[in-house]
Design a protein around this ligand. Structure first.
Ligand code: IVH
Length: 673
């Protein structure tokens, strides 16, 4: 096919696909079968493969999610993304109505009522009808650029029905069914569960890898215009109709009323109907319809005077406390969890509730077999709010907190003023196992495919004894293959994920070691400051406390930890396995004057005087960040012997090049170890 014909066919295909997308994902009335849709997509994909320069960001093929990003860019909101004042009852709503009428005088007031979708606010920018940028709300002034992730949401049009330039705002959310399915899969893989659909939507959109967002069945409802060029709209309801006609998904349950009584009735009716919706709502948003009146009403410091959010009362349900499970965490803390007869609450099935500690059980006088009231307010994990003693039958039994560790049998202790009981046996299998689970978790070494269940299995079968053993697992391929549900492919994937984690910047390792009081943030600060794990291990308490964010308790905990021979042995084995020990991010604090501060550097060819890993470490210590390929964003290429295409590309792009001698001279000047 020649270029011109291809170009035309690509245009037609995109238009058709976008139309069928709209019919399927927005209007819920598909006109073609899935197979027919797939055929259109395949034809477009084939043509784009033939003519890759014709791929544009608004092509429907781009919804699958491209390459992961290193970080999110910041986006300033031209008009701030405000939040709303709350109303909790009828009286609050009548007060709101009174305030509105006082300001607008004797004119009639109309209110638009909309469902308050429980997801996260997003802002979408279109230029000449093409989706160009999308951002989170952030602090209201500045959000994060999550365009790549938003592009994967099918209900966000990549091209509007008319070439308008505008910014719209709405809510990205995860439907209840998708949420339950996701959590079920996560449970099977032994991964941490999301507390509610809102967290899972937010978690999905804040992933740097857009393929994750693409796999998460997210959806949107658009509820407002931030900025519109070349067109005027008189009222909010008219604006919503315009948005709908442009191809946005606008919630159909919106209504316009002219009295507060009708508004109140609407809120009451949704309090009842809310569980039947396929998505979560946490209230009703009430907005003055007329834009002229909105302007007259204006804003307070935090929110508009022309709108308010009515919040539903927290949902409660009665169920039976069937048992109490006691588990030991990585710090040895023993926590009881209530096992409940499954009950449906705010759209999800509740089976467990945290009891935090023993005192709560005593305070509430809980007996096993009791009828209890469970509540889930907003994003809070379900909790037991009350016991119903009047419903006791006499068969209920008191719960006894164990005196000995359920896993290793050693006596539990209560440390100083802490409420929690702890197992303090450092060899307790629960502590070690939970420590490994923490090490591989997302915020730490982030080893994909190594969930809680698999870690527990590897540990209990004696295949691993410590975190360091993970990096020697490739020597036990045959043993892994013998394990249940471990085929060639899953073993290869697992080993590849472990191998890849060796390259992590050192703060992940530091956090993963699970040193008491050292959270992810402190680990980052330490890594940034010291640049190398050795330097952290050698630091004294005084040196550590000199850093702003590090207090004396944390400093003591770090020094004590690295003084332990077991800790040193683990680090030695990790090092021997090739796990990176350096900070790879851009150094910020105290590092501004380093020669490579903030610079992106590419290494190419072979260096005679050191290995690649050594060179990377040295660059990191000088404040630089090493990346794999040369682009306009590269600041410097360090070229060794037999440097090939990367050097050529650097020269073509005019990127600075340094040879090994120059690099060594720089190192000498800075006398890095
Ligand atoms: S209007 C200035 N309409 O609720 C008014 N917000 O505190 C901006 N939300 O973060 C909000 N559904 O993300 C509006 N139909 C709706 C909404 C809605 C959900 C969220 C929004 C915002 C929060 C308001």
């Amino acid at each position: 096919m020649d270029r011109l014909t291809a170009e035309e066919r690509i245009r037609v295909l995109r238009e058709q696909i976008e139309k069928h997308n709209r019919l399927y994902f927005i209007e819920d009335r598909p006109e073609i079968t899935d197979q027919e849709y797939d055929m259109l997509m395949r034809e477009l994909q084939d043509l784009e493969n033939l003519f890759p320069d014709m791929v544009t960001p608004d092509s429907p093929t781009q919804r699958v999610g491209g390459e992961p990003l290193p970080f999110f860019e910041k986006v300033e909101h031209k008009t701030p993304m405000l939040s709303l004042g709350n109303a909790f009852n009828e009286a609050d709503l009548r007060d709101f109505d009174r305030r509105v009428r006082q300001i607008v005088g004797n004119q009639p007031v109309r209110y638009v009522c909309e469902l308050k979708i429980d997801g996260l606010a997003v802002s979408l920018h279109y230029e000449n009808g093409v989706f160009v940028k999308g951002a989170t709300r952030g602090d209201g002034q500045t959000g994060e650029d999550i365009t790549q992730n938003l592009r994967t949401i099918r209900s966000i049009p990549l091209r509007l029905t008319r070439p308008l330039t505008l910014e719209v705002r709405g809510e990205a959310y995860m439907p209840k069914r998708a949420f339950e399915k996701l959590n079920k899969e996560r449970e099977e893989r032994g991964e941490a569960l999301f507390a509610n659909p809102r967290n899972s939507a937010a978690g999905s959109l804040r992933q740097l890898d857009p393929k994750i967002a693409a796999s998460r069945s997210l959806d949107t409802y658009i509820y407002g215009i931030g900025d519109l060029q070349g067109e005027t709209v008189e009222s909010h309801s008219e604006g919503l109709n315009l948005l709908e006609s442009l191809g946005f998904k606008v919630n159909p349950e919106r209504r316009v009323f002219d009295s507060i009584d009708d508004v109140i009735e609407f809120t009451n009716s949704w309090t009842e109907k809310r569980p039947q919706l396929p998505y979560e709502i946490d209230g009703i948003v009430i907005k003055v319809d007329s834009y002229a009146q909105q302007q007259e009403l204006g804003f307070t410091a935090k929110s508009p005077r022309w709108a308010i959010a009515y919040k539903f009362p927290a949902e409660e349900a009665v169920t039976i406390l069937e048992g109490i499970e006691v588990s030991v965490g990585r710090t040895g803390a023993v926590t009881p969890t209530a096992l409940l007869k499954p009950v449906s609450l705010a759209g999800t099935t509740v089976k467990r509730a945290s009891l935090h500690n023993e005192d709560i059980i005593r305070e509430k006088g809980l007996l096993i077999g009791d009828h209890v009231v469970v509540k889930k307010a907003g994003d809070i994990i379900p909790e037991i709010v009350a016991v119903l003693p009047e419903r006791r039958t006499g068969s209920e039994v008191p719960f006894q907190m164990p005196t000995h560790c359920p896993e290793c049998g050693s006596e539990l202790v209560r440390i100083e003023e802490e409420v929690a009981l702890r197992c303090i046996n450092p060899m307790c299998p629960a502590l070690i196992r939970e420590g490994i689970i923490h090490f591989v978790s997302r915020q730490a070494m982030n080893i994909e495919g190594l969930g809680e269940k698999l870690v527990a299995q590897l540990y209990h079968e004696g295949i691993i004894h410590s975190v360091a053993d993970l990096y020697y697992l490739h020597q036990q391929r045959e043993v892994l293959l013998q394990m249940e549900r471990m085929g060639e492919k899953s073993v290869d994937n697992l080993l590849a994920a472990i191998e890849a984690s060796k390259e992590n910047s050192v703060e992940r390792l530091l956090f993963g070691l699970g040193i008491r009081l050292v959270g992810a943030k402190a680990a980052k600060v330490l890594a940034e400051h010291f640049g190398h794990l050795d330097a952290i291990m050698q630091a004294s308490e005084e040196e550590l406390t000199r850093i702003d964010e590090i207090g004396p308790k944390m400093a003591a905990s770090i020094v004590n930890y690295f003084a332990l021979p077991q800790a040193q042995a683990v680090v030695e084995r990790l090092k021997a396995a090739g796990v990176n020990m350096t900070y790879k991010g851009v150094r910020i604090e105290g590092g501004e004057d380093l020669p490579f501060a903030g610079k992106t550097i590419v290494l190419t060819g072979t260096l005679a005087s050191m290995s690649r890993q050594e060179a990377e470490e040295k660059i990191a210590r000088l404040g630089g960040k090493v990346t794999g390929s040369v682009s306009k964003k590269t600041d410097l290429v360090i070229a060794g012997e037999k440097a090939g295409s990367k050097l050529e590309k650097a020269e073509k792009l005019g990127v600075a090049v340094m040879d090994e001698a120059g690099f060594l001279q720089m190192l000498n000047e800075r006398s890095t170890p």
